[in-house]
Design a protein around this ligand. Structure first.
Ligand SMILES: O=C(O)c1ccc(O)c(O)c1
Ligand SMILES: [Mg+2]
Length: 567
């Protein structure tokens, strides 16, 4: 289907917006009135720019507070029709009246809309009537359809907007009863499931399909079943997207539509971590945690450090320590890359020596490289290392990797991990940091657990971490406390006073500085190393079916990390 987007969804001036939207591959735009009014170019010039960029102007909007007013005002409409002729737009969105002066009279609303459609027809223009979720009398899509049906004019149809329909909890199955050719326009937006005033929710928190909690695939299937043939158009009012780079937002918007349409290449979710790649000379830390250097890369200054199934690729270079790449176990790496490519993720060029294993990599939104590997396969990536097995077995595998995302790119990161990698978002959590509120969301599937955290600008502790699963965390903690004093993050006694008030726990937790959590499935022990550069390690042990990440203890970790950063 053709793909469009409302200019309100991206940042910049109208010309910036059109350029970014065209660059992302959209076919058309909805021009938001505010963007035109504030634009120095005459409508004819906007029309020419859009055409030069290969964009059609699919809709002009919004026309407000028209129907069922005490006095019919066609003068304002006439002016807008003339403007639309100059702009080359032939569809006007009329949203349901929010004025206290409007009458709750469907016959009058239908009569007014019929007259409006008649006047529009003289200009070759059609009217799409949209029920705003907060409309004074008309706030439900079936109500708007009843009025359109009663008005019975060929130039009048409905505009369906997924936000208005799903935010009110209306059942979208009713869409199938609307004739497809009476659905003049379709606007798509997702949103996080929030309990708040619906107008505020709509104007600030809409997001692209797949970034929120609505069932957009289900919604779209009803619209398709109705026989709608027009464009899929994104209309997203979002405080962050108004501020971020328009090209990046437009590309993300396009990615969300490709995923929603279901036309991306299919690939299975990764089944776990093959490796974590880190720069900045973390050898001493790895060694203290019981990792052994088991290989050296044939051609690159990279060492393989292993323990159980946990593998670290360590660069010796002296940059600030940072996590630069993640290897994911993928049943079919070629499919994974094809899916990523079809969803517009940047595929990274790899320079490799002739006999090295082929590794396919893409870039995540924060620049982290993601490699798709089949470690067990003969000739897999491990062949590039000269192996010598040995070492301790306290750590069994990588449990999860947590990456801080800039606040403006959190939604983009969520969409990436969800659609490109096939992970499912878990509950969004918030916890107090001494200097901010931290948002965190786990993305999981097929044995892979990623945690995305919001990075704050002000004094945020470095926050990339690799969590290592341990067979016997207390044993490892005893050894680390004895042999490497200063390696583990100290935990305040007040934490244990509170913990012991809530649960009967082993007093050794306090001695060792081990943190504790539990959920309805099981228990969790964890602790943290001090931070080196941007990176720290977490050691975890899950008991029973514990599903979480110790988020309840995150405020304690953050406070300790902050106190260590200050002089
Ligand atoms: O928030 C609004 O006013 C508004 C305007 C036009 C729309 O299409 C819409 O969905 C909301
Ligand atoms: Mg709308």
């Amino acid at each position: 289907m053709r793909k469009s987007i409302a200019t309100v969804s991206v940042s910049g001036t109208l010309v910036d917006k059109l350029e970014a939207i065209a660059a992302a591959g959209f076919d058309g735009v909805e021009i938001f009135e505010h963007d035109l009014i504030t634009c120095p170019l005459p409508p004819e010039e906007v029309r020419r720019r859009a055409a030069d960029l290969g964009l059609t102007i699919d809709l002009y909007q919004p026309f407000r507070d028209f129907e069922a007013m005490p006095e019919l005002d066609l003068r304002r409409a006439d002016r807008k029709f003339r403007l639309m002729e100059r702009l080359g737009a032939d569809l006007l969105l009329v949203c349901s009246n929010v004025s206290p002066l409007a009458a709750g009279d469907d016959d009058l609303a239908a009569e007014h809309l019929r007259l409006l459609a008649g006047r529009a027809a003289e200009h070759g223009i059609r009217i799409a009537y949209e029920a705003l979720a907060w409309g004074r009398h008309v706030n439900d899509y079936l109500h708007s359809w009843r009025i359109v049906r009663a008005a019975d004019h060929p130039n009048l149809g409905v505009c369906l907007d997924s936000f208005h329909i799903l935010s009110r909890g209306s059942d979208p199955i009713g869409i199938e009863a609307i004739p497809g050719d009476k659905i003049f326009f379709l606007q798509l937006a997702d949103a996080p499931l929030l309990a708040m005033d619906v107008l505020q929710w709509s104007r600030h928190h809409r997001c692209f399909p797949g970034q929120g909690g609505f069932d957009l695939p289900g919604f779209l299937s009803h619209v398709r079943a109705a026989g709608y043939r027009g464009p899929l158009s994104l209309e997203v009012f979002n405080d962050h997207f108004r501020q971020t780079d328009a090209r990046r937002t437009a590309l993300d918007a396009m990615r969300s539509l490709i995923a929603l349409e279901g036309t991306a290449h299919e690939a299975a979710a990764p089944s776990g971590f093959a490796f974590a790649e880190l720069t900045g000379g973390l050898r001493d830390l790895a060694s203290a945690l019981g990792f052994t250097r088991t290989g050296v890369h044939g051609t690159k200054p990279v060492e393989l450090w292993e323990q159980g199934e946990a593998r670290l690729l360590l660069h010796a270079t002296g940059h600030e320590a940072a996590l630069t790449a993640i290897g994911l176990e993928s049943p079919e790496p070629t499919d994974a890359v094809k899916r990523a490519e079809s969803l517009l993720a940047p595929v990274l060029p790899r320079v490799r020596a002739r006999d090295e294993a082929k590794l396919d990599a893409i870039a995540a939104p924060d620049g982290t490289q993601i490699f798709f590997c089949r470690t067990a396969q003969p000739g897999g990536w491990l062949q590039d290392f000269d192996p010598a097995r040995a070492g301790s077995q306290d750590v069994t595998h990588i449990d999860h990797i947590a990456l801080a995302q800039p606040v403006h790119h959190f939604d983009e990161a969520e969409l990436f991990y969800r659609q490109v990698l096939g992970l499912s978002p878990q509950e969004s959590l918030e916890f107090a940091d001494p200097y901010g509120l931290l948002r965190s969301k786990a993305m999981t599937g097929g044995g892979t657990r990623m945690v995305l955290n919001v990075a704050h600008a002000a004094g945020q502790p470095p926050s990339q971490h690799v969590a290592l699963a341990c067979a016997d965390l207390l044993r490892l903690a005893r050894r680390l406390r004895a042999e490497h004093p200063g390696l583990l993050l100290p935990i305040p006694a007040n934490y244990y006073d509170d913990l012991e008030a809530r649960h009967e726990v082993d007093p050794e937790l306090r001695e060792l500085g081990v943190l504790y959590d539990r959920d309805e499935h099981g228990e969790f022990l964890h602790l943290y190393t001090v931070t080196v550069g941007r990176v720290f390690f977490e050691l975890v042990q899950r008991f029973g079916g514990y599903q979480g990440y110790g988020a309840a203890n995150a405020p304690v970790r953050l406070a300790v990390q902050h106190s260590r950063m200050s002089p």
